[in-house]
Write a protein that binds this ligand. Structure first.
Ligand code: NAD
Ligand code: DAO
Ligand code: ZN
Ligand code: ZN
Length: 370
C-alpha cells in the first residue's frame, strides 16, 4: 500500500513529507494506522546527527497511538480495530530479560531494531522508486501507517483520546515509571528533580502520585516554574541564582539530602550534582537523561562508599504491554494529567514546526494529529 510519511532523508535536514510504499505485515507483525504522535527530544537527537547510531533515510517517531488495520500470520493478541500504543521497548514475555523481574529491557528484537529493520532483517518501507527506508526504534510513528512486531504494541482501552495518550508511548511512562518502577519512592519522601522539561514534569507528577512530601525542581529556565508547580513541585531552585555551590544548597534545603534525586537533563555535570545531593547513607539517584555520545559521569567513590546509590532507567522501567494500559487507565481515571503538557498540535505536513518549537524551548510536547 501507499502511505504518507515524514522522512528523515539525512542528518541535519528538515523532514520531507512524501508518499511511501509500505509492505503488509509478515508473520508476527501488525499494520497500524497512526492517529497521533508526539515529537520527542530523542527524535531531534537522531535527526540532528548527534546520535552516533542514527541511520538514514528513516521514518522517525516513537511516541504514537493508533488502530490495528491488519495482522500477519500467527498474531494472537491483537485484532483489527484494537487501539494500540507502539513500544520502543517491546515485551515478548519469553526472553531471558523478560523472565527476569529486575529489568524491562526485552532483547527479543534488539539487534534488528537497532539496525532500523523488522525482525526478519528487512524493511517494510520504501520510496516510490523502490529504495528501502529504515524503521526507527521499531516504531516509525511519523507515518500515517506503520508495521510493528506484535510484541511492540500495547493494547489500550478504546475511549482514550489518541492525541493525549500518544505521550504515554515515551515521556509520561518514562517520568512516572522512573519514580514508581525504578526508584520505588515511598510516601513521605523528599526528592529533587533536575530538568523540568517533558520528562522532568512527569517525574514530578509521579512523585506526587507516590506521596512524596518535598519535591524540589531544579532548572536554569525560570519559565518552567509555573508548570512544575501545577504538577506538584514544592520548591524551585534556579542554579544560576544560588550563591555558592549548588549541592550544599540542595542538601540544606532537603534537611541533609534527598531520599531520591532524578536527572532529566542529560548533562553529566548535573548527574554528578544529583548523586551528591542524595542523602548520605540511603539516598538514591536515578539517571533518566541521555548524555551526548562519549560523555562520561564522575564522582568520588566515597560518595557511594557512604551509602548513596547511582542507577539508571530506560522507558521508566516499564514492561510496555503490561504497564502502558494501566497508565492509560490512570489518565482516564484522573490520577495523572497529560492535557496541559500537550502545548501544540499540528498536521503531519507541519511536523517541522514541532521541531522548531522544541529548538526555541517554546513547547513541552508537540503532537501531530493524522
Ligand atoms: P527537555 O529539553 O524538554 O528538558 C530538559 C530541561 O532541562 C529543560 O527545561 C532545561 O532548561 C533543563 N536544563 C538543561 N540544562 C540544565 C542544567 N544544567 N541545570 C538544570 N536544568 C537544566 O528534555 P526532555 O524531553 O524532558 O528530556 C530530558 C532527557 O531525558 C533527555 O536527555 C532525553 O533524551 C532523555 N530521555 C530519556 C529516556 C529514558 O528512557 N531514559 C526517555 C526519553 C527521554
Ligand atoms: O539495549 O536493550 C537495549 C535497549 C536500550 C533502549 C534504551 C532506551 C533508552 C532511552 C532512549 C530514549 C528514549 C526515547
Ligand atoms: Zn523479551
Ligand atoms: Zn521519547
Amino acid at each position: 500500500m501507499r502511505t504518507r510519511a515524514a522522512v528523515a532523508i539525512e542528518a541535519g535536514k528538515p523532514l520531507e513529507i512524501m508518499d511511501v510504499n509500505l509492505d503488509g505485515p509478515k508473520a508476527g507483525e501488525v499494520l497500524v494506522e497512526m492517529k497521533a504522535t508526539g515529537i520527542c527530544h530523542t527524535d531531534e537527537f537522531t535527526l540532528s546527527g548527534a546520535d552516533p547510531e542514527g541511520l538514514f533515510p528513516a521514518i522517525l517517531g516513537h511516541e504514537g497511538a493508533g488502530v490495528v488495520v491488519d495482522v500477519g500470520p500467527g498474531v494472537t493478541s491483537l485484532k483489527k480495530g484494537d487501539h494500540v500504543i507502539p513500544l520502543y521497548t517491546p515485551e515478548c514475555r519469553e526472553c531471558e530479560y523478560c523472565l527476569n523481574p529486575k529489568t524491562n529491557l526485552c532483547q527479543a528484537i534488539r539487534s534488528t531494531q537497532g539496525q532500523g529493520l523488522m525482525p526478519d532483517g528487512t524493511s517494510r518501507f520504501s520510496t516510490l522508486d523502490g529504495d528501502p527506508i529504515l524503521h526507527y526504534m521499531g516504531c516509525s510513528t511519523f507515518a500515517q501507517h506503520s508495521v510493528l512486531p506484535e510484541i511492540a504494541l500495547a493494547k489500550v482501552r478504546e475511549d482514550a483520546p489518541f492525541d493525549k495518550i500518544c505521550y504515554i508511548g515515551c515521556g509520561v511512562t518514562t517520568g512516572i515509571g522512573a519514580v514508581i518502577n525504578t526508584a520505588k519512592v515511598e510516601i513521605g519522601s523528599r526528592a529533587i528533580v533536575f530538568g523540568l522539561g517533558g520528562i522532568g514534569l512527569n517525574v514530578i507528577q509521579g512523585l506526587r502520585l507516590a506521596g512524596a512530601d518535598q519535591i524540589v525542581g531544579v532548572d536554569l529556565n525560570p519559565s518552567k516554574k509555573a508548570m512544575a508547580e501545577r504538577f506538584g513541585m514544592t520548591d524551585f531552585v534556579n542554579p544560576s541564582e544560588v550563591e555558592g555551590d549548588l549541592v550544599p544548597y540542595l542538601v540544606d534545603l532537603t534537611k541533609g539530602g534527598a531520599d531520591y534525586t532524578f536527572d532529566a537533563t542529560g548533562n553529566v555535570q548535573v548527574m554528578r550534582a544529583a548523586l551528591e545531593s542524595a542523602h548520605k547513607g540511603w539516598g538514591e539517584s536515578v539517571i533518566i537523561g541521555v548524555a551526548p555520545a562519549g560523555a562520561e559521569i564522575a564522582t568520588r567513590p566515597f560518595q557511594l562508599v557512604t551509602g548513596r546509590v547511582w542507577r539508571g532507567t530506560a522507558f521508566g522501567g516499564a514492561r510496555g504491554r503490561t504497564d502502558v494500559p494501566k497508565i492509560v487507565d490512570w489518565y482516564m481515571d484522573g490520577k495523572i494529567e497529560i492535557d496541559p503538557m500537550i502545548t501544540h498540535t499540528m498536521s503531519l505536513d507541519e511536523i517541522n514546526t514541532g521541531f522548531d518549537l522544541m529548538h526555541e524551548g517554546k513547547s513541552i510536547r508537540s503532537v501531530v494529529v493524522y
